[in-house]
Design a binder for this molecule. Structure first.
Ligand code: ZN
Length: 297
């Protein structure tokens, strides 16, 4: 068939196909909810944070599954609506019941299924408990708010099962917990270190971009002997990446403050910020973080 003729036939098929599809509006199929699990150690897994596009597939943050003699401790509980998938995924690696949930901070994509596991111990920083108590999602669900809170540091369990919760100050919110599994040399950073991009500084929940560099410096000074870092929403990282994030945030805040001091705009500050200096970084959220610095004064 000559080329022109072939294209016409192809075009007709495509056009007819489109018309046929247009005439019959099939209901959009429900997106199957699927979670992936990654093994870090014999008794530590991560149920990962799925891609946020399409939105229906966004399950919430990385959930650590720590299997101890006493039962399973989860760090965070993903977005509401993912409870059964989460339960099934935990069951795929252990028969032990979930006995404890640690919430790294208040956001719904980290606290959405606290009520899916029956009565468990819920643990969080005292400011996070206060923030969670204000959420509509917890109205009438008060038993699933943190029943155990702390101010600076809390240790749960001992020996192989020890978990240390640390608070280093305001960053993503005013209640960000860094969770350390000392026997395994692993840390869960929550959204204080969610990704290699500007952070969300949630000022409605006491977050502070201005405080970010100091808070991350506290993490670097206070947490040693760690090989694997579980970020809030990205694949696994190392403490070297946390160190890099501390430098990135130091530079971001300094650049925004300098621009503001010189009477420049956030757009000016963003345009002058060279993301290429930071290997593997995106700048999709840098401008918003700079705006938070401008707003914070
Ligand atoms: Zn968050």
């Amino acid at each position: 068939m000559p080329e022109v003729q072939r294209l016409i036939v192809l075009g007709a098929i495509v056009l007819f196909g489109s018309l046929a599809l247009g005439a019959y509006q099939a209901p959009a199929p429900a997106v199957p909810k699927v979670l992936d699990i990654v093994k870090l150690k014999d008794n530590l897994y991560v149920i990962t944070s799925s891609s946020p596009t399409p939105r229906e597939l966004f399950s919430g943050g990385n959930v650590a599954v720590f299997i101890t003699d006493a039962g399973v401790t989860l760090v965070d509980s993903k977005l509401a609506g993912w409870g059964q998938v989460l339960i099934d995924k935990v069951k795929s690696v252990t028969n032990k019941p979930v006995t404890t949930i640690i919430n790294t901070h208040t956001h719904g994509d980290h606290t959405g299924n606290n009520d899916a596991f029956g009565k468990v111990d819920v643990v969080a920083h005292e400011n996070t408990r206060a923030n969670m108590a204000k959420m509509d999602a917890f109205k009438g669900k008060e038993p699933f708010l943190p029943g155990k809170i702390y101010k600076d540091k809390l240790t749960i369990g001992r020996g192989q099962d020890q978990i240390d919760l640390h608070y280093f100050g305001s960053a993503h919110t005013n209640g960000d917990t860094v969770v350390v599994f000392p026997a395994l040399r692993v840390v869960h950073m929550g959204d204080m270190f969610a990704w290699k991009d500007g952070p969300l500084c949630d000022r409605n929940n006491g977050g502070s971009c201005v405080s970010y560099p100091k808070t991350l410096a506290g993490v670097m000074a206070g947490i040693k002997n760690v090989d694997i870092v579980i970020p809030g929403h990205s694949p696994m990282m190392t403490m070297k990446d946390v160190q890099g994030y501390q430098q990135f945030m130091t530079d971001l805040v300094a650049a925004a403050q300098a621009a503001r001091g010189a009477g420049k705009t956030v757009d000016d500050a963003f345009a002058a910020f060279d993301i290429g200096k930071y290997a593997g970084y995106k700048n999709e959220r840098v401008k918003a973080a700079m705006q938070a610095v401008f707003d914070e004064k």
